[in-house]
Design a protein around this ligand. Structure first.
Ligand code: C2E
Ligand code: CA
Ligand code: CA
Ligand code: CA
Length: 279
């Protein structure tokens, strides 16, 4: 018994040790990621129900340290803990602004809007507003063509403080999307207090829409809730034709997922939009 208990303890320890080491490595590596130019932006198109035209694109961050790619699912939470998300988030915002300007220069009114992820940690940063304002000025980006995605959980964590911050951001002209909607526990009352333009239906519900009755019920409810509030609805993680059809019949406007496009390099996005404009 003692032996077993010991093994169990040993295993747990090794695992914790590994986690701590990974966290340390990532923390140290992330500090230098910007100056070493190891960060890259990918863009995943958001398409409309009208012939799946690309109307927007979400900026998804990629990190390539010397030892190989680390996924955002790993490094973003660590960056949030260490505070590295603040300079990185600003780098991301600047990349998004640059893309907005370039796309508008290329395609004018046909340019896709840019959607940028904002972490909870950034919302509590006092210098965020001034820095964003400065980047908007420096790049001459049009804020009305930029959407900030904040997860439902992050929004509801400290709703009163967040409302003030989000109002300032939307006063600057930026648009706001609630990301991963349906996974948190926001009430209708709370949602109406936020200056929200878009609801993004979480991938987990889209995933189960064909197989799980509850997922379908949640998706239908979210769509009708969003519509009644005059919001746009984006379904994320759409992988099959069946999911797409179910979402369309439910009244969803916009779609994002491998069925349409995977996240792509900036140059690939330009080719994809040019291609559809030729048609
Ligand atoms: P998210 O914001 O929910 O982004 C959607 C994720 O789903 C992306 O993963 C995207 O590549 C993936 N995805 C898109 N379509 C499909 C599909 O059809 N099927 C499946 N299974 N997955 C799909 P990614 O790029 O690995 O990013 C993971 C998360 O990391 C993001 O989730 C977001 O929370 C965070 N993240 C990424 N970039 C940034 C960033 O610049 N700033 C912040 N704060 N977070 C970021
Ligand atoms: Ca997102
Ligand atoms: Ca999401
Ligand atoms: Ca997600």
């Amino acid at each position: 018994l003692k032996q077993k208990g010991r093994d169990g303890w040993q295993f747990f320890n090794d695992y914790q040790h590994h986690q701590a080491l990974q966290r340390l490595n990532v923390t140290l590596g992330l500090r230098l990621a910007i100056e070493r130019e190891e960060l890259e932006a990918r863009f995943q198109p958001i398409v409309s129900s009208d012939r799946s035209r690309i109307v927007g694109a979400e900026l998804l961050l990629r990190w390539f340290p010397p030892q190989g790619e680390v996924s955002p699912g790993i490094f973003i939470p660590i960056a949030e803990m260490s505070g590295a998300i603040l300079p990185i988030g600003l780098w991301v915002f600047r990349e998004g602004c640059r893309a907005e300007v370039e796309w508008r220069r290329r395609w004018g009114a046909h340019a896709p809007y840019v959607s940028i992820n904002l972490s909870a940690r950034q919302l509590t940063d006092e210098s965020l507003l001034d820095e964003m304002r400065r980047v908007l000025m420096e790049t001459a980006a049009d804020p009305t063509r930029i959407t900030l995605e904040v997860t439902e959980t992050a929004l509801m964590a400290d709703i009163d403080a967040n409302i003030r911050m989000l109002r300032r951001l939307t006063d600057m002209g930026l648009r706001l999307a609630v990301d991963d909607f349906g996974t948190g526990y926001s009430s209708l009352a709370q949602l109406t207090r936020l200056p929200v333009d878009i609801l993004k239906i979480d991938r987990a519900f889209v995933d189960g829409i064909e197989t799980h009755h509850e997922s379908r019920t949640v998706v239908r409810a979210v769509i009708s809730l969003g519509r009644s509030l005059g919001l746009q609805l984006v379904a994320e993680g759409v992988e099959t034709q069946g999911q797409h059809l179910e979402l369309m019949s439910g009244g969803c406007d916009l779609f994002q997922g491998y069925l349409f496009h995977a996240p792509m390099k900036p140059k690939e996005l330009i080719l994809a939009v040019n291609e559809q404009l030729r048609q």
